[in-house]
Design a protein around this ligand. Structure first.
Ligand SMILES: O=C(O)CCC(=O)C(=O)O
Ligand SMILES: [Fe+2]
Length: 319
């Protein structure tokens, strides 16, 4: 089945509001912000298999813009049900073949609509068991995904927690002079998958990738400059749009000064006060806003199985 058919099938099969009586009463849902955390809210009482009311989806979209990640508990979904639920929030992210991302297929050049995030469980296994350093997904593409839903199916006994970082708070905490300076800058994030193709490697966001491209170094893949400080399309809040590991370059900027500025901002982003670490439970879906957060993963033992499924949603050109 091609990925397009999978999406059509998912929405075709989804419960209908009027026909199946499989709909969710909006009054059963509560959204509870995490206490004393940098971001996040937990959504209780929602069954993602059911048809959702307009007011529910609108509320969830507002809550996402405010809390940056939403945690849905106790879900039980197959791939098509996850896809149908995710589709309430936007179109599926389908980058072109010339901008490879996690899960890009050799034949079509694009990822499947539902991407396994797993280690040795025979389901794609793109992400291994190692650490993933803080990143935003698809940052090197012309129109990165606005958000993703990650659904936990099988979890290791040890490790494998995922952290999210509030890059609005990180921006707000900078002094006014630095903010003013950063607001004029454009940043290129080079595609780590192109680099690892050329290195014959599988890992991403790490390894031997340089932290900064100096102008005498070759360019790998396409370059799409985006603002270093981006504006959230719904809330209007500003955020740093910078990961902490892959190769980047400030446009029209001195090499040495640029690499130092980026290193300083990266150190700042990693402060505990911007971070929330999620201890997964099976059945959790975490829906994150990819525009104003970073996420990372701690390693876990290679002989323990971990399987999550991710659906990413299309976003606009960062501004
Ligand atoms: O394995 C994880 O917890 C996160 C993986 C990741 O970076 C992603 O799905 O985008
Ligand atoms: Fe990611």
């Amino acid at each position: 089945m091609t990925s397009l058919t999978q999406l059509s099938q998912a929405i075709h099969d989804a419960p209908r509001w009027h026909i199946d009586n499989q709909f969710q009463d909006p009054n059963e849902i509560t959204i509870v912000p995490l206490e004393n955390e940098a971001l996040g809210a937990v959504v209780y009482g929602l069954d993602a298999r059911k048809a959702q009311a307009g007011e529910t989806i609108f509320k969830l979209k507002q809550a996402l813009a405010e809390h940056l990640i939403l945690i849905f508990k106790k879900q039980s979904l197959d791939d098509l049900q996850l896809l149908a639920f995710a589709s309430y929030f936007g179109a599926i992210f389908r980058p072109s073949a010339d901008n490879p991302v996690l899960g890009s297929a050799e034949d079509t050049g694009t990822p499947p609509d539902v991407i396994p995030v797993s280690n040795a469980v025979g389901q794609g296994d793109y992400t291994g068991h190692g650490e993933l350093s803080p990143h935003a997904d698809h940052q090197w593409t012309p129109t990165p995904s606005f958000g993703s839903l990650l659904y936990a199916i099988e979890l290791p006994k040890d490790g494998g927690r995922t952290s999210w970082y509030n890059t609005i708070k990180a921006y707000d905490a900078l002094d006014d002079e630095l903010k003013a300076h950063l607001n004029g800058l454009q940043l290129i994030t080079y595609n780590p998958f192109v680099r690892h193709q050329s290195n014959n490697g599988q890992a991403n966001y790490g390894g031997d990738t340089p932290y900064y491209r100096f102008k005498d170094q070759p360019i790998l893949g396409h370059a799409y400059p985006h603002p270093l400080v981006r504006t959230h399309p719904e809330s209007g809040r500003k955020a740093l749009w910078l990961n902490t590991r892959s190769e980047v370059e400030l446009v029209n900027y001195d090499d040495q000064e640029g690499s130092e500025l980026i290193a300083k901002l990266r150190e700042h982003l990693l402060k505990d006060e911007f971070n929330y670490q999620h201890q997964w439970e099976e059945g959790d879906i975490v829906f994150w806003d990819n525009q104003v957060t970073l996420h990372s993963r701690e390693p876990f033992p290679s002989d323990q199985r971990r399987l999550l499924k991710r659906v990413s949603l299309a976003g606009g050109r960062p501004f």
